[in-house]
Design a protein around this ligand. Structure first.
Ligand SMILES: [Zn+2]
Length: 91
């Protein structure tokens, strides 16, 4: 271990004899070689479930229930509106 000069940025750093780049430059190169993976929808869902503190299955079920509830409410509103309109048409 001794002081080395970075091949890329020219900064001196303390590293192994075979090190040619400072830790910052080495990390930058490593990130370039392995770019961060793209996140797909399933991964996003799984993360959201994780954030909510639920297992994925329970979270998914809850989401479906909420969607179903909203759909039922919308349908009920539509039915009520139609019924009201029907009443108004009658003399
Ligand atoms: Zn460097």
């Amino acid at each position: 271990m001794r002081n080395r000069v970075c091949r890329e940025c020219g900064k001196t750093f303390y590293g192994a004899n075979n090190a040619t780049r400072c830790p910052a430059c080495r990390e930058r190169r490593a990130n370039k070689r392995y770019p961060p993976s793209e996140v797909d929808d399933l991964m996003l869902d799984a993360r959201e479930a994780d954030a909510a503190g639920l297992s994925y299955g329970n979270w998914r079920a809850k989401q479906l229930m909420e969607k179903q509830k909203l759909r039922q409410q919308a349908e009920e509103n539509r039915r009520r509106k139609a019924a009201d309109a029907g009443k108004e048409e009658q003399p």
